[in-house]
Design a protein around this ligand. Structure first.
Ligand code: ADP
Length: 214
């Protein structure tokens, strides 16, 4: 369905006269200034599952502990960097590619990067993962049944999608492929936001990403 564009994700050839420059100050040195281990938390899930809510709470708590973060929200990126993209399969793939590249740059800056976007396709999430080191990418599955997301409908999008006003809407007229082995699985139908944030922070502590105590 999205193969032709997906193939371009990581194999885009550089122009023949372009060479990579290696900077003297690397990711580790930048992160050392902040006393933290950089990482990407990639929150994926249906619209209304709770990605933005939890991403925001997790960032707030990391900030309180003195960790330097950045939150890349898929909707917000569509107002700027990705404002030329729609919701076709091809545009969704490009949306993920650009977001993954921005996240990688932020990682290079030494930050803990929280990405919050539906990112419905397994293959593109895998490609995003493969752009960085094996310990640097944590997939966080923000999981709630479609029926509950439809009932929550915080932005009224399901109502519009169900009456055909929004084409290619994930869960209604476009597929969502759930992660098979996420580093963190959050059941937002079963726990509240504080408990789920604790679950994320526990994993960050175990992985040595969150190192500070109050
Ligand atoms: P998404 O970013 O996945 O589209 P949002 O975070 O924008 O979802 O919306 C989720 C809605 O569900 C919010 O109105 C939030 O208050 C509500 N909600 C209820 N329970 C939870 C929970 N346990 N975790 C996250 N969100 C929840």
């Amino acid at each position: 369905m999205n193969k032709p564009v997906a193939a371009a994700f990581s194999e885009r050839p550089a122009a023949p006269a372009v060479f990579q420059t290696v900077s003297t100050i690397g990711k580790e040195a930048r992160a050392e200034l902040k006393g933290q281990k950089p990482a990407i938390l990639w929150m994926t899930g249906l619209s209304g599952a709770g990605k933005s809510t939890i991403a925001n709470r997790v960032e707030e708590r990391l900030w309180r502990y003195g960790h330097h973060t950045i939150l890349l929200d898929g909707d917000n990126l569509r107002f700027g960097l990705n404002s030329d993209l729609a919701f076709t399969d091809a545009d969704r793939v490009e949306n993920i590619r650009r977001t993954a590249e921005v996240a990688k740059l932020m990682l290079e800056a030494g930050l803990i990067v929280i990405c919050s976007l539906i990112s419905p396709f397994r293959r593109e999430r895998m490609l995003a993962r493969q752009r960085v080191g094996p310990d640097e990418f944590l997939e966080v599955f923000v999981d709630a049944p479609l029926e509950l997301c439809q009932r929550r409908d915080p932005k009224g999008l399901y109502a519009r999608a169900l009456t055909g006003q929004i084409p290619n809407f994930t869960g209604i007229s476009s597929p969502y492929e759930p992660p098979e082995a996420p580093e963190v699985h959050l059941r937002t139908d079963a726990h509240d936001v504080d408990a789920l944030s604790d679950q994320v922070l526990d994993v960050l502590r175990r992985k040595g990403i969150m190192t500070r105590t109050p």
